[in-house]
Design a binder for this molecule. Sequence first.
Ligand SMILES: CC(C)(COP(=O)(O)OP(=O)(O)OC[C@H]1O[C@@H](n2cnc3c(N)ncnc32)[C@H](O)[C@@H]1OP(=O)(O)O)[C@@H](O)C(=O)NCCC(=O)NCCS
Length: 170
Amino acid sequence: MEIRVRTDADLPALLLALAATHEVDKYPVLPTHVTSEWLLEGDDGMAWVAEHEGEVVGHIAVAEAEEDPNALSVHRLFVRPGARGHGVASTLLTTVETYSKILAQDLFLEVVSHNSEAMRLYESRGWHRVSGYVATWTAPDGTHPEINLYASPHNDAAHVLHVGRGKPTE
Ligand SMILES: CC(C)(COP(=O)(O)OP(=O)(O)OC[C@H]1O[C@@H](n2cnc3c(N)ncnc32)[C@H](O)[C@@H]1OP(=O)(O)O)[C@@H](O)C(=O)NCCC(=O)NCCS
């Protein structure tokens, strides 16, 4: 498996993988978000893909946190359903963890409660849940998803406490 910086040529394969991920995992939650606009939103090109035998199998991006100049947030992590369980996401996470360490920036992410495989993976890598809130937006089933904020193992949790918007769950 190879990790490399994402290019525009990767978009068709990434959108196919994202559509399959939406079907299986409701990620993204809204079907209208299976678009290149949503995929590219806010990452300023700081994004990587995982390639296996010439095929793009996974994606990760980071974005500067609007709320904190010393923090980066992980965005758009997904692995094509057929390529899971082989360490693709772990390798992508290692890439952004290394990147944030080089920049001396804290790293955090948000994950919807129904993406339990993702939460298990973060916790197995030493990430910890800092807080949660209920989304103000509505899922296709009429519910308001619960969002969890996670901090990376070396993160100063103070940086993520004020990031979430919506109604806190605790
Ligand atoms: C969450 C997600 C990205 C994980 O992708 P993945 O490539 O399967 O993840 P990994 O293979 O790195 O890790 C998954 C499991 O395989 C195990 N694993 C890691 N390397 C492995 C290897 N070489 N061989 C076998 N298993 C391995 C890991 O230990 C992990 O187990 P754990 O969850 O019990 O800790 C994927 O399920 C996904 O795309 N989900 C939908 C989108 C989503 O929820 N994204 C998060 C948004 S915040």
